[in-house]
Design a protein around this ligand. Sequence first.
Ligand code: MF3
Ligand code: CO
Length: 303
Amino acid sequence: MANRQILERSRLAYPRLERNEPCWCGCGKKYKKCHMEFDERIIAFERQGHIVPTRDLLKTAEDIEGIKKSAVINMTVLDEVAAVIHAGMTTQEIDDLVYSVTTKMGGIPADLNYQGYPKSVCTSIDDVVCHGIPSDKTILKEGDIVNVDCSTILNGYVSDSSRMFMIGEVSDEKRKLVEVTRECMLKGLEQVIPWHFMGDMGAAVNAHAKANGYSVVREIGGHGCGNAFHEEPFVSYVSAPGTEMLMVPGMVFTIEPMVNMGTNRVYEDEDDGWTIRTRDGLPSAQWEIEVLVTETGHEVLCS
Ligand code: MF3
Ligand code: CO
């Protein structure tokens, strides 16, 4: 191999093999007959200075099946929450329901004990942006908007999604925030196209929020997901087109923008070390889906 090539290999993070070596994917074929062309395509982007995924972020067919099975539980849990959530209910009751449905179906709530998090789910009401901790002292009331963010581990595979719920009659202002935030997530989803960039997705989310007079939280975002709870990359929803990581078939990540009615500034509760609130006390909404990049576009694995 020419020195120049050796040098370049050491500069590039994305590893490549010799043409006749067995392919890294475990198919048993030679590299040149399997992933060589795919890898060359990624390397071409890396040479241009783009951020590319490491190989461990690319899910196998088996991984995807595992994530889908986990997602069946996660989506069932959220359906069960949707069926019973009402004014007068405590957020602890939601937590109890999440724990019991998840474990009865053989799963583990991914939130529970995650970096010391004390509950099985996050329940974030009005000005709580995310990571609201369920409590028997927090009672849902008419007019609240609440995000229920649920994550499940099954056989080591992780699913992650969240939905907004409107409790009874909600003001037009809050309803609009909830609806536009869902649209933001879907605008981002439309941009999940292989060989495009994560920044294309983030920019679409941000543009729709801005067009409606809202702001998008910068400090907290989404993440790769599936073989672990929080994988690379950090996913921004205020990014610019053509920037951030290249989207490659097999990548799985979340689209979960937090959209604020007022300022995008947020702060963490000093006492519990988890709850994130808006600085101005105005409401915030969030929806989350877990998405697979496919050869032709995308597939929503969990919603
Ligand atoms: N479910 C959140 C996410 O979407 C993470 C919550 S971590 C917890 O990434 F510890 F607060 F539960
Ligand atoms: Co998430």
